[in-house]
Design a protein around this ligand. Structure first.
Ligand code: COA
Length: 371
């Protein structure tokens, strides 16, 4: 039987949730192009509803969904106490992963994997992810945790809880667009992980905890942080070309480039490129955006590899003021909606994910008989 390394091009299930249309460099969420959602200023709440429930919300449905999100912007007290007791060197993605696992213990319906209960859990987790991230950030900075503002939308509230100030409308717009573009992406590594766990009929928190473990990796969601570190390492516009030449000479992976599906460009990168430039101009410091453009041009001189979603989101989030090690948790704040929708779709599919491997180890070894 042929071995498909990394399951590349293997179709393991059907989905109605999203489709990366690589031929047309487009990403579709339940029939809508993300280009239209971004250009039409769709809110993350509308898009999360679309992804979870299968249709854009009516006015009434949106108001109910937003009300549920606002009502769930809270954590059990022991989780705040745990955040306060963490050692200094912790990694935010590990904190988020552990916090989600802990939250399972405070959910009396944890073992109920029916669709209505799973939707309620999903809504709670969408609301709770930013609370975990912001509370962690404030505590490690030695500052008071900021209570969420029920009047603020999802993106604005994240920035508000991080900084304690009413966020700039342009920063809010950029963060909202980022969350919209990252809400789902078909069978990426973390979503496949979530579906694999769900296929064993484990609960949503278990599937999401596993998905977070996958997203942390630098070949997946961790690439946004790795991209910013790369820009900081290069340090200056004048060093870009030499750095990229050396990276190719030494066969070093350039973070934020390449994609398993999009071989002619990632549709999300187009929007993030524009947003990164806009935010750079706004803060009056275009350096990292300019360097990003130069890295893109230098990479293309070597090889036809294009920036992926993580490349321009790095400088964009940096300009918005997100700490670098919170870039991947911000990715997770969007993707929790997609993971949840996939877990529900997998429950409906009801097929245990269990591929095969080809055994190439020894055979016939003899265990010595008991003396
Ligand atoms: N830097 C340098 N070379 C790269 C590259 C990158 N970021 N991405 C791909 N390539 C090269 C590969 O080394 C390979 O070279 P080869 O043909 O000489 O062996 C070739 O381009 C084709 O890539 P391939 O290995 O088929 O891609 P993949 O589908 O297996 O991997 C990624 C996709 C995302 C894992 C890969 O592009 C990567 O590691 N990118 C950097 C991490 C990243 O940004 N991840 C976020 C993804 S959204």
């Amino acid at each position: 039987m042929p071995i498909v390394k990394g399951l590349a091009d293997v179709v393991f299930t059907q989905t109605e949730i999203s489709h990366p249309d690589s031929d047309n460099s487009n990403l579709i969420y339940r029939g809508y192009s993300i280009d239209d959602l971004v250009k039409g200023n769709a809110s993350f709440e509308e898009v999360a509803h679309l992804i979870l429930y299968g249709h854009l919300p009516s006015e009434q449905e949106l108001s109910t969904f937003v009300g549920q999100l606002v009502a769930n912007r809270t954590l059990p007290e022991p989780i705040y106490a745990w955040l306060k007791a963490l050692p200094e060197h912790v990694v935010p993605m590990t904190v988020l992963r552990t916090a989600v696992s802990m939250l399972a213990n405070y959910d009396p319906l944890i073992e109920d994997i029916t669709i209505p209960t799973t939707l309620r859990k999903a809504t709670r987790l969408i609301a709770q992810f930013p609370i975990i991230c912001a509370a962690f950030q404030r505590i490690r900075d030695g500052q008071e945790v900021i209570a969420p503002d029920p009047k603020l939308g999802h993106a604005a509230n994240i920035l508000y809880m991080l900084n304690g100030k009413t966020p700039d409308p342009d920063f809010t717009r950029a963060m909202n667009a980022y969350l919209v573009m990252l809400t789902d992406h078909s069978m990426n590594n973390s979503t496949f992980t979530a579906r694999t766990v769900a296929s064993a009929q484990a609960d949503l928190h278990s599937a999401v905890t596993a998905a977070l473990a996958s997203l942390k990796g630098p070949l997946h969601g961790g690439a946004n942080e790795a991209t910013m570190k790369l820009l900081l390492e290069i340090g200056d516009e004048s060093k870009v070309d030499g750095w990229v030449d050396r990276a190719f000479e030494t066969k070093r992976l350039i973070m934020g480039f390449g994609h398993r599906i999009y071989k002619h460009g990632d549709p999300r990168a187009r929007h993030l490129n524009l947003l990164a430039e806009e935010m750079g101009r706004k803060v009056g410091a275009l350096k990292y955006y300019t360097m990003s453009r130069m890295v893109e041009q230098a990479v293309l001189r070597h090889r036809e590899i294009y920036p992926n979603v993580d490349f321009y989101s790095a400088s964009m989030m940096y300009y918005v003021g997100i700490p670098i090690d919170l870039f991947t948790p911000m990715f997770a704040c969007a993707r929790i909606a997609g993971w949840s929708a996939h877990v529900i779709e997998q429950y409906k599919d009801a097929a245990l994910v269990r591929p095969k491997s080809e055994y190439i180890g020894p055979r016939g070894l003899v265990f010595p008989p008991a003396p």
